[in-house]
Design a protein around this ligand. Structure first.
Ligand SMILES: Nc1ncnc2c1ncn2[C@@H]1O[C@H](COP(=O)(O)OP(=O)(O)O)[C@@H](O)[C@H]1O
Ligand SMILES: [Mg+2]
Length: 201
């Protein structure tokens, strides 16, 4: 156990990503009016699709892409009922089709990164959902963004974090059980568990 259980208990992996100075534009809530207003903004910005997701699930479970021309009210009512309240709504970021970055940090230090590419015709880039992966070199901006947030989380008792980035923005901060150390190690040809252990007090 490296992350402080108290810090995990008060931290939601979806909500904490809004700490990032460059988080994905979102609606989080259960108000139908708030949701419809957000959808109208999305349409005005030229988006055709949105993504709905539960606040507290994982591995792509319950994540849904929705056409802004569909019966938004009906779907929103169903999902808030199904997930017991507030859900997350975001524009569909097309960048996902060429891959989502998983970047793993310990105590503010970068251990390694991969690019997870969804199966053809799909947008869920969780490896548990069949996405492929390869080693990935963070851009300078991505590296700086992640390092700052990793240092911030380290200060909150959360040294081990795994960021998911889409189009250069952090869309999820995994802190409860940050996965894929094995895959990031494999892709980078190095057992990163040793690097992590070296950094332990
Ligand atoms: N706004 C978005 N636009 C496009 N794809 C998205 C968006 N949000 C999530 N996804 C896709 O759905 C997957 C799962 O969403 P995520 O928020 O990471 O939840 P989970 O906790 O289930 O992994 C992501 O890995 C990505 O492939
Ligand atoms: Mg995720």
């Amino acid at each position: 156990v490296t992350n402080d259980p108290d810090a995990i208990a008060i931290t939601n992996e979806k909500l904490i990503s809004y700490l990032s100075k460059d988080a994905v534009e979102s609606y989080v809530g259960s108000s139908l009016n708030g949701f419809l207003e957000f959808c109208q903004n999305m349409i005005n910005e030229g988006h055709q699709f949105i993504v709905l997701k539960p606040l507290d699930l994982y591995q792509g479970i319950g994540v849904e892409k929705l056409d802004l021309n569909s019966d938004l009210e009906m779907v929103f009512k169903e999902r808030t009922k199904q997930f017991g309240g507030a859900i997350v709504v975001q524009p569909y970021l097309k960048a996902v089709e060429s891959g989502e970055v998983r970047s793993v940090y310990f105590k503010g230090k970068h251990l390694g990164s991969i690019l997870k590419t969804p199966k053809k015709g799909e947008f869920i880039s969780n490896i548990a959902h069949g996405a492929s992966y390869q080693s990935y070199q963070l851009t300078k901006d991505e590296e700086e963004l992640c390092r700052k947030d990793a240092e911030l989380l380290d200060g909150e008792g959360l040294p081990w974090v795994a960021f998911d980035l889409l189009g250069g923005k952090i869309q999820e901060m995994n802190i409860t059980c940050p996965g894929l150390l094995v895959e990031v190690s494999k892709a980078n040809g190095k057992n990163l568990a040793y690097d992590l252990i070296d950094l332990l007090d």
